[in-house]
Write a protein that binds this ligand. Structure first.
Ligand SMILES: [Zn+2]
Ligand SMILES: [Zn+2]
Length: 176
């Protein structure tokens, strides 16, 4: 877990601090599949702006998740660009809306914040390419490699009867 100590900051109202911090990122499970941030730790840009009423935190970084395409299960990547803010009121009595959950005991929990920010930024579907055709629902074959369709009409028993008759005719006709 990567945290940033806020107690040591000597900021006056109106001042700001910028720092680059290395944060370890955890894998994500999405739709039952595992998505791995590569590299597993990123340099995040952290800005702390002090106001009279409290602090504004800003976190910015870019990451790339690797995992299976949700349609065809081939390798897919998902590039994310994160830029989020949180406000933390200096007044401990201020409501939860004004006090970010990522500050605990004067430590800013960068790991938890980065994880939640990535989770919020994830697309609904991670795909290898926007027009991925996916797997065939009938036979499971990759439709990107072998585009095909199946006749979805159930085999008609009358056709089966005709086929039987045709086979008989081909074999020399029904036995008398
Ligand atoms: Zn795909
Ligand atoms: Zn098929």
């Amino acid at each position: 877990m990567t945290t940033f100590p806020l107690r040591s900051l000597r900021l006056r109202s109106g001042e700001e601090m910028r720092d680059t911090v290395q944060v370890a990122l955890e894998p994500f499970v999405l739709g039952g599949q595992r998505y791995l941030p590569v590299p597993s730790s990123v340099d995040v840009d952290l800005v702390v702006q002090r106001a009279t009423s409290g602090d504004v935190f800003r976190l910015a970084f870019a990451t790339r998740l690797h995992g299976p395409c949700m349609r065809c299960l081939e390798d897919a990547v998902c590039d994310l660009s994160i830029d989020v803010r949180e406000y933390h009121d200096a007044d401990p009595e201020a409501g939860p809306d004004l006090r970010t959950e990522y500050v605990v005991d004067d430590l800013l929990d960068l790991s938890a914040w980065a994880r939640d920010a990535i989770a919020d930024a994830l697309p609904e579907q991670v795909v290898c390419r926007p027009d991925c055709a996916g797997l065939c629902a009938v036979c499971g074959m990759d439709l990107n490699r072998e585009p095909h369709t199946h006749s979805d009409e159930p085999v008609d028993s009358r056709w089966a009867a005709l086929e039987e008759l045709r086979d008989e005719l081909a074999a020399g006709g029904p036995e008398a």
